[in-house]
Design a protein around this ligand. Structure first.
Ligand SMILES: [Zn+2]
Ligand SMILES: [Zn+2]
Length: 132
């Protein structure tokens, strides 16, 4: 048993009194029995003092179960986002991951092919040859 694990357990129990031994074990990569042994050794409670609080990861609503989202809406908000067509401003809903990838590649977002063509004609006419 390393002092590092011991310190981490003490720290976690001090600052996150609701954390379960199972969770600490998982986070620290040691067995639950080991966590319990440290807690007992340090005269720290082995049982959680208060109920662990679950929150919606989007809007922070307190949940009574260990689920990540309070509603389909928040679920949607987390995985999707709405951006606008660069040409006409129409809202476009897409996967957040997809949006990030596009942003990384400097790819522009349009609602339709006509908007895409229009934008390039107006802004970068020299590149239009690529689509003709
Ligand atoms: Zn929510
Ligand atoms: Zn458009």
């Amino acid at each position: 048993m390393t002092t590092k694990t011991r310190d981490a357990v003490k720290y976690m129990r001090r600052w996150e009194p609701t954390i379960r031994a199972t969770k600490m074990a998982r986070m620290l990569g040691v067995t639950k029995a080991r966590i319990r042994a440290i807690l007992v050794d340090e005269n720290l409670p082995t049982k959680v003092i208060a109920k662990e609080v679950f929150q919606c990861i989007v809007c922070s609503t307190i949940l009574d179960k260990n689920i990540n989202f309070c509603s389909d809406e928040c679920h949607q908000k987390h995985f999707y986002l709405t951006t606008g067509c660069l040409q006409c401003g129409s809202p476009i809903t897409m996967y957040r991951r997809q949006y990030v990838r596009k942003a990384e590649e400097g790819e522009r977002t349009f609602c339709s092919i006509p908007c895409k063509h229009q934008w390039y004609w107006d802004n970068e006419p020299t590149r239009m040859g690529r689509w003709n």
